[in-house]
Design a protein around this ligand. Sequence first.
Ligand code: NAX
Length: 330
Amino acid sequence: MTKAPIRVAVTGAAGQIGYALLPRIASGQMFGPDQPVILQMIEIPMEKPMAALEGVAMELDDCAFPLLQGMVVTSDPALGFRDANWALLVGSKPRGAGMERGDLIAENGPIFTGQGRAINDNAASDVRVAVVGNPCNTNALICMHSAPDVPDERFSAMTRLDQNRAQAQLAAKAGVATTEVKNTLIWGNHSATQVPDVYHATIAGRPANEVIPDAAWLEGDFLEAVQKRGAAIIKARGLSSAASAANALVNHVRDLTMATPAGQWNSVCVKSDGSYSISEGLIASFPVRSDGKGTWEIVADLTLNPFLEGKIAATVKELEGERELVKDLL
Ligand code: NAX
């Protein structure tokens, strides 16, 4: 029997991540090869992005994807989020010249208040929300607080790209395929303070820090390479990560919808329950397992060494500072 379509709302749909993401969703890579989808693509009400979005929709038409059962092209969030089962919040205001991180947070706050309300009032009762637009943790926090009828555990933000970057770096250093590297993990904020954790990762079934017995590299160059990979891509390409970000969002949604293999986890920014000394209520990256039926849990009882404890304290401090900046919106 044919499945009912999933309605997927995507903001920033005419942007570069949107362009790489939409065909992946429409071809079945996010929700599966037998799951029809309807794409509800949302942009800002300005001539250029809306014209670009029309062009994206034309290209999606031209792919004749068997699973794509419909498209909505709109600048109206109420229409864009109507009956949505997933809301992928990719669009946000980019950092302008001379803008501090605090300015960026303040500028983006109202966008995510409005989108949270629109999701609250229009989306399907089972809606789940994934935030990519930066600063994604705090944007997700604002969105969650603006959608009181949607349970908090339905909100997430993305650190899967950072996890994938860490996995690729470890595989390259160890000279193995990426599939041999498991349980790389990101803690905290999706920012330069994020904490890539190799102390719980394995390479070919052995602890990563035994396979790569080079603490100076693991706590130095490796950490920096992951934290600063986004900047390195911008320097090389003149544009920020798009294909890898779209790929990570496909992974992120699958991480939350499919059962996580035994003994494994993925990095997902979710509402903190206070574990690992991460202040309760923050949206922070944790090791997360999904049961494949819509429920996830934070993996409990990992042991943190003093190095990780110190780094996690710093990223938590940054997240607390961001929460303080937007406290009027919460
Ligand atoms: P682009 O500037 O190419 O596209 C963003 C699009 O969002 C634009 O078309 C813009 O018109 C639209 N937009 C802005 N405000 C909107 C609103 N209120 N409603 C609907 N659409 C809106 O950026 P792109 O490269 O696609 O990146 C999008 C976001 O992802 C940025 O905030 C970026 O910083 C963030 N990223 C997050 C990553 C993560 O791992 N969490 C990694 C990749 C990326 O840097």
